[in-house]
Design a protein around this ligand. Structure first.
Ligand code: GUN
Length: 299
């Protein structure tokens, strides 16, 4: 049976370290790190995520501000708000919750965030730094950064000689994940919906990352014995066994099958999920540290 990788515990360790380093930063005379979270519209899932980000920022001792804008906010008003946050010395990190309403061009909005405050790591400058291996100054997207920390817990920092398969090619997870694994010396393959014989490819992976958003798509017999399996998916599916109308969360990996074969696996919930928010705090602290002329903390 696989080792279950406890993302909740590792996430709490990261947050505890952020809290300690924040206290030290403030004690040395710097302002507390400032995180601005912007949400446009009333999407209930987004509201839950945003509330938990703001709450965690306060727990870390940050200056935490939330801007909740109506769904009909114009693109130019949003650009103006981001301009003000870019210019505000109390703000070190700006997160615009996605998805945005359809009338707003998300791609354009992301590029208006100052790269030094882009704690989501979505700006072209940060994407480019990650792609060229400039990891010392890049902001790396939080979910792949958190996934990488979990992989390091099992495999160490140098993954030389290991083969990695990332299933999913999104800009938020799949592509940055592949770049991080490449920077750690893995031999990396990115697979996606058009990949031929995905099962056979997955079976070659020492590190298998599933980030497709399809419940339990990666089957137990796709997993190489001893592999490290990272399940980025969070899917809500009907659970009639719990009662009528009930639901449960599952990942992109069929957990019960995979855990019999894998060497280590992240559960859903309690795996990658808690790492995402922890890495947002780590990125915000990193931004504040750099702004204060101090070294960037390592996680
Ligand atoms: N929506 C879902 N995930 C994310 C994320 O990581 N960052 C932002 N800004 N929006 C999201």
């Amino acid at each position: 049976m696989a080792e279950i990788i406890d993302g909740k515990a590792v996430g709490e360790e990261v947050v505890a370290k952020v809290r300690k380093l924040t206290a030290e930063l403030v004690a040395s005379g710097s302002a507390a790190p400032g995180l601005a979270v912007v949400i446009v519209g009333e999407d209930p899932a987004s509201q839950v995520y945003v509330a938990s980000k703001s709450k965690k920022a306060k727990e870390c001792g940050f200056h935490s501000v939330q801007h909740t804008l109506p769904a009909e906010t114009s693109e130019s008003d949003l650009v103006e708000l981001i301009g003000n946050l870019n210019a505000d010395p109390k703000i070190n990190g700006i997160l615009v919750q996605l998805p945005l309403p359809a009338h707003i061009d998300s791609g354009r909005i992301i590029q208006t965030i100052s790269p030094e405050k882009d704690v989501d790591g979505f700006h072209f400058i940060n994407v480019g730094k990650l792609g060229t291996g400039e990891l010392d100054t890049a902001f790396v997207p939080c979910t792949p950064a958190g996934s990488m920390l979990l992989i390091e817990r099992v495999r160490g920092k140098d993954l030389s000689g290991l083969s990695a398969v990332v299933v999913g090619r999104s800009n938020i997870v799949g592509k940055p994940m592949a770049n991080l694994l490449l920077a750690a010396n893995c031999t990396v393959t990115i697979a996606h919906s058009r990949t031929r014989d995905l099962a056979a490819l997955a079976r070659t992976a020492d590190i298998l990352v599933a980030a497709v958003g399809r419940p339990e798509m990666v089957k137990g017999d796709w997993v190489k014995p001893g592999a490290t399996v990272v399940d980025v998916g969070i899917n809500r599916i009907p659970a009639p066994e719990k009662g009528e109308g009930k639901t449960r969360l599952v990942g992109d990996v069929e957990f019960t099958g995979a855990e019999k074969v894998a060497g280590a696996i992240t559960p859903v919930p309690g795996g990658v999920g808690p790492m995402t928010i922890a890495m947002l705090m780590a990125n915000t602290l990193a931004s504040a540290s750099l702004a204060a002329g101090r070294p960037r903390p390592e996680f």
